[in-house]
Design a protein around this ligand. Structure first.
Ligand SMILES: [Mg+2]
Length: 267
């Protein structure tokens, strides 16, 4: 049987990046080995494309990447024959989200979204510096909101959104408005592209995550690596055929799991 092609999908915060320091260097040996073996390392994060561009440079990563909790996939120039970067949205694009938000505001719902805020306001709210606030505001297919109405009105707001095929995801500080998509939609789409490119090579997908918003991505992959995070809610995976649980958190655990897999596949 042909040697399988591995494709690795990874969450960032608490998984490839240390929960506190945001460093990834403990995973450097495994990252290097993936690169040397030509194995795609696909970042799959809640962050925006602008927010992860620096990290992609540090990782020398040219693979496609999934941003905004699965709402968009970026195929960079040079990948899949693209001569310039292409973006696939899996839900409504942001312009459409903003249009719907404007309608709901007219109906009396009270909230503020990133699009309503100046960079200064965003800096004050998040503690980011202004360049980082700009990167957080540059979005394809999601909109973070601060809710300013009552709990009851929030329930009605969610209903109105769900009638439009949208959902609200609870983030640390914000609610994230997005289409009915999750981190797995883009994973499936991208795996199809890899499969179509090389139909004779068996594909083995590996996903690494540390928290409940990674569950669908982990469930979709052939091999799920659940990186321990004592501070996150537990990850629930029903009847997954192959789950690896490293015994250390963050990039150390990431490194341990990927090194063992590469050994096992002789890569
Ligand atoms: Mg995480």
């Amino acid at each position: 049987m042909a040697q399988p092609q591995l494709v690795v999908f990874t969450d960032l915060d608490g998984t490839l990046l240390d929960h506190d320091s945001y460093g990834w260097h403990a995973a450097e040996p495994a990252v290097r080995r993936l690169r040397a073996a030509g194995i795609p390392l696909v970042i799959n994060s809640s962050k925006t494309a602008s927010e992860i561009s620096q990290l992609r440079r540090e990782l020398s990563n040219n693979s496609p990447y999934i941003v905004e909790n699965g709402a968009a996939l970026v195929i960079p120039a040079g990948s899949f024959g693209a001569n310039q970067a292409r973006v696939h949205n899996f839900g409504a694009p942001r312009e459409e989200l903003l249009k719907i938000l404007a309608q709901l505001r007219e109906q009396g719902f009270r909230f503020r979204g990133f699009a309503d805020m100046s960079v200064e306001e965003l800096v004050a709210l998040t503690g980011l510096d202004s360049a980082a606030a700009e990167r957080a505001r540059s979005r394809y297919a999601t909109e973070p909101l601060v809710w300013e109405g009552s709990d009851r009105s929030l329930a009605d707001f969610r209903k109105a959104l769900s009638a439009r095929g949208l959902r609200l995801l609870r983030g640390g500080r914000f609610w994230h408005l997005m289409g009915n998509v999750d981190k797995a939609d883009a994973v499936r789409f991208l795996l199809e592209k890899y499969r179509a490119r090389d139909p004779d090579t068996p594909l083995v997908s590996v996903a690494l995550g540390d928290s409940p918003n990674d569950e669908q991505m982990l469930a979709t992959a052939d091999i799920a690596v659940v990186v321990p995070n004592p501070l996150a809610e537990p990850v629930r995976l029903a009847a997954h055929p192959r789950v690896i649980r490293p015994d250390v958190p963050g990039p150390q655990g990431w490194n341990q799991a990927i090194m063992a897999l590469l050994d096992q596949y002789g890569l």
